[in-house]
Design a binder for this molecule. Structure first.
Ligand code: ZN
Length: 453
């Protein structure tokens, strides 16, 4: 593995200069030495180097509809629920080959911007008529292949989806590609686990889709897995009302009372929580999986960030429907939504972390690694050697250093602010471009032209 020498690197103890970073054949960091001499064979990174971020929530296929579902519907009053109808229709058009090409595109985009691992919350399992493929995990395998082609790490989370409403309502016709019983689901998990064991930088977990899609007995079965367990929860107020009506409890409250929430669990969105739910969720050690640009796009609502941070809650960032693919943009949306709601600035800060850019980046690194179930998120011995070199000649970053540079990265005008990116010690982005950008974009363009035709 090549050695790196970073002119500036963000280590767990803070910014250090001239940091030598070595890794082994498995891509894990074996040595971190600040103050190392320049020169020699090490790959020199002259910018500021931060750890790669784990993207904790992706539905890769939705990249192909990003920006394409904005038009007002004839009835008006558009919402998450009308968007979801569009998404269901769109999901029926995606072939395995399409899924792979779209996945490679979005994973390469994420990599170029500093996400070096993605947790793929995968529910598009079956053929368009609802019948399983010969290999029941075909669609998941396509996304593993996409991740391999892009060079990103992946935690594949096959999603269990059985019902169409809280606890047992029959599924919607548009959900037919998503549905499995527990046996069918277990078969997909077995195959996914085998591929994750073979593929470099790959891992697995499970994803009971939501309280709308599984029964309490199914959730109990999910809690048996010794792996990350991701679930959508409390994204929309309507979902909260339905859950209250069916169970007498709010969704997060129901999960707190009925599931052994711990560090394996990731509650995606967790937007609509009471003060008590916010405090109690923070105390479990589970991750709140925030997807700020998608939540803004879908009109979901605003996460109770100050209360959650005050209670010591762990959070991470995901790009979900991929209207954005950039960790800096997610940090910006998370912080600026709070500013709009509270009429304040620098909300996600305290006296120890006065810079929202670095503060939220460090929280996303920690929560992202935990949610993906991977040793990453820090430039430290034993962690995966995922490095993102920011381009400090970019007009937004030039002349800035350290925490001030990270604030500019998150809150200034931006595109392509990474110069080089390595995953497990392997360089996959050079001079701001993904090493296979041409081929990947061509494959994606072919799919988009076909879908648009
Ligand atoms: Zn989602």
């Amino acid at each position: 593995m090549p050695e790196f020498l970073a002119a500036h690197a963000l280590l767990p103890e803070g910014w250090r200069r001239d940091v030598r970073i070595a890794s082994d054949e498995a891509g894990l960091i074996t040595d971190v030495t600040p103050g190392a001499p320049r020169g020699g064979p090490a790959h020199f990174l002259r910018g500021h180097v931060i750890p790669g971020v784990g993207n904790l929530h992706s539905h890769a296929f939705q990249r192909a509809m990003a920006g394409g579902a904005e038009r007002r519907s004839p009835a008006g009053r558009d919402s998450f629920w009308s968007w979801r109808e569009t998404m269901y229709r769109f999901a029926l058009t995606i072939s395995p080959e399409d899924a792979q090409a779209i996945g490679a595109m979005v994973y390469a985009e994420c990599l170029t911007r500093g996400f070096t691992h993605v947790a793929e919350f995968h529910y598009l399992h079956h053929a368009p008529d609802g019948s399983p493929y010969v290999d029941r995990s075909e669609m998941a395998q396509r996304l593993f292949a996409a991740a391999e082609a892009a060079g990103i790490g992946i935690t594949m989370l096959p999603s269990l989806y059985r019902h169409g409403g809280i606890f047992g309502a029959p599924p919607h016709e548009g959900q037919r590609r998503f549905l499995n019983d527990l046996d069918g689901f277990q078969e997909i998990v077995n195959r996914v686990r085998a591929t994750a064991g073979r593929q470099r930088n790959a891992a697995w977990g499970v994803a009971p889709h939501s309280l709308r899609a599984v029964t309490p007995a199914m959730l109990e079965a999910m809690a048996e897995f010794d792996a990350p367990i991701h679930i959508h929860a409390a994204e929309q107020e309507k979902e909260v009302q339905e859950c209250l009506h069916a169970t007498g409890l709010r969704p997060v409250e129901w999960l707190l009372r009925n599931c052994p929430l711990d560090r394996r669990w990731v509650l995606i969105h967790a937007t609509h929580m009471s003060e008590a739910e916010t405090r109690e969720l923070a105390a479990t050690g589970a991750v709140a999986g925030l997807c700020p640009s998608t939540e803004a796009s879908l009109g979901d609502g605003i996460f109770p960030l100050p209360a959650y941070l005050a209670a010591g809650g762990i959070l991470g960032l995901g790009t979900d429907s991929h209207v954005g693919t950039d960790p800096a943009a997610e940090i910006r949306q998370l912080e600026t939504s709070q500013r709009l709601a509270l009429e304040l600035r620098s909300v996600a800060t305290d006296t120890e972390r006065p810079h929202p850019g670095r503060g939220l980046l460090e929280r996303a690194l920690e929560g992202g690694a935990q949610a993906c179930g991977v040793a990453m998120g820090a430039i430290a011995v034993g962690k995966r050697c995922d490095l993102v070199e920011l381009d400090d000649e970019h007009p937004t970053l030039v002349g800035r250093e350290g925490d001030g540079l990270l604030d500019a990265w998150a809150f200034g005008p931006a595109d392509r602010m990474s110069r080089s990116v390595a995953v497990g010690g392997v360089v996959v982005v050079e001079s701001g471009r993904h090493i296979r950008e041409g081929t990947i974009r061509e494959g994606f363009a072919t799919v988009m032209r076909k879908l648009g035709a």
